[in-house]
Design a protein. Structure first.
Length: 320
């Protein structure tokens, strides 16, 4: 039986509390699900003692000096206020301890904007990483040797794991649990935490439906919702224009201006986005094509490869 492992979460004044409590809850639930203490979770800070989050909630922490770097299996830096992140990165003992720990840890990474501190310490060079959408530009500018991918919820690149904003830390840690203890335990944790769905890392930080609805007013926001729920219908310009009582030419122009994509392109976006979720299930490409409104599996495959650069089969293999 595998011994328990030490999971370290590094906190600081101004941190985002869910970046700490989300992962901690996942690992605690995993212990319950497997019936033993597999994860020993340590909440650390530079000096130890109470640490104030940016939401008026304080937590008690242990000083980094009390946990030897060689004992840490997984280290995660969390996000929070910009001033708190700057202070954390500028604290010499923190830098020394993090560099010593990441040199020997089995894996390390960040939740949300904690990636900025990893980058400040030179730990992201040559790595494909992600962060909260609001920190993407800063991470890219400050780390030109990193490959910042803002199209993912979380990314694993070798020993480096990074996640997008806040709740995506839960998704990433569930993936760690699955890697360590198997899919049955990860599913049990998801159920225990009453998660609506386990989200794969390749899922975008932005739902195309929510993004489109945020940009568009009536009547297009309601139309987008209907389109999402009727992907197998004939979603051509005459049909869509009729639903909002417009001429075809006027609809095409106004929809494109409101959504940022032509009607045809946006229909394909919705269908391909849904197909990525269906690829996680054991469905044939023919069945996925039928469920997403493509006339044939060949048409679906061609559109998928054109948009994502890989075939649906390879995509499924990469993200099993």
């Amino acid at each position: 039986m595998t011994n328990s492992i030490d999971m370290a979460l590094l906190a600081f004044d101004g941190m985002q509390i869910l970046d700490i409590t989300g992962p901690a809850a996942v690992f605690a639930a995993a212990n319950d699900a497997c019936g033993r203490l597999f994860y020993r979770v340590h909440i650390l800070s530079a000096a130890g003692g109470p640490v104030q989050s940016n939401s008026a909630v304080s937590i008690f922490t242990v000083a980094i000096r009390d946990l030897p770097p060689h004992s840490v299996h997984t280290l995660l830096l969390v996000g929070g206020d910009e001033s708190g992140l700057r202070q954390l990165a500028a604290t010499p003992p923190v830098r020394t301890w993090v560099l010593a720990t990441t040199a020997v840890a089995q894996r390390f990474g960040s939740v949300c904007s904690g990636a900025l501190v990893l980058g400040n310490f030179g730990l992201l060079d040559g790595k494909r990483v992600t962060t909260h959408w609001n920190s993407g530009a800063a991470l890219t500018q400050q780390n030109p040797a990193a490959k910042v991918d803002m199209s993912a919820l979380y990314i694993e690149d070798g020993r480096v794991w990074t996640s997008a904003g806040v709740t995506t830390g839960i998704d990433m840690c569930l993936a760690m649990v699955e890697r360590d203890l198997g899919s049955a335990v990860a599913h049990a944790v998801a159920q225990r935490l009453v998660l609506y769905a386990r989200r794969p890392g390749y899922q975008s930080q932005f739902s195309p439906v929510l993004s489109a609805q945020a940009r568009a007013g009536r009547p297009f926001s309601e139309l987008v919702e209907w389109m999402k729920n009727n992907l197998t219908e004939t979603l051509d310009v005459p049909e869509l224009a009729a639903r909002v009582a417009m001429s075809g030419r006027s609809f095409h122009r106004k929809f494109t201006n409101a959504i940022g994509e032509t009607p045809g392109r946006f229909v394909e976006t919705l269908r391909l986005d849904h197909s990525r979720h269906l690829l996680a299930a054991k469905l044939s490409l023919k069945e996925i094509a039928a469920r997403t409104g493509f006339s044939t599996a060949a048409q679906f495959t061609k559109a998928f490869e054109r948009r994502f650069g890989v075939t649906p089969g390879l995509f499924r293999e990469l993200h099993r």
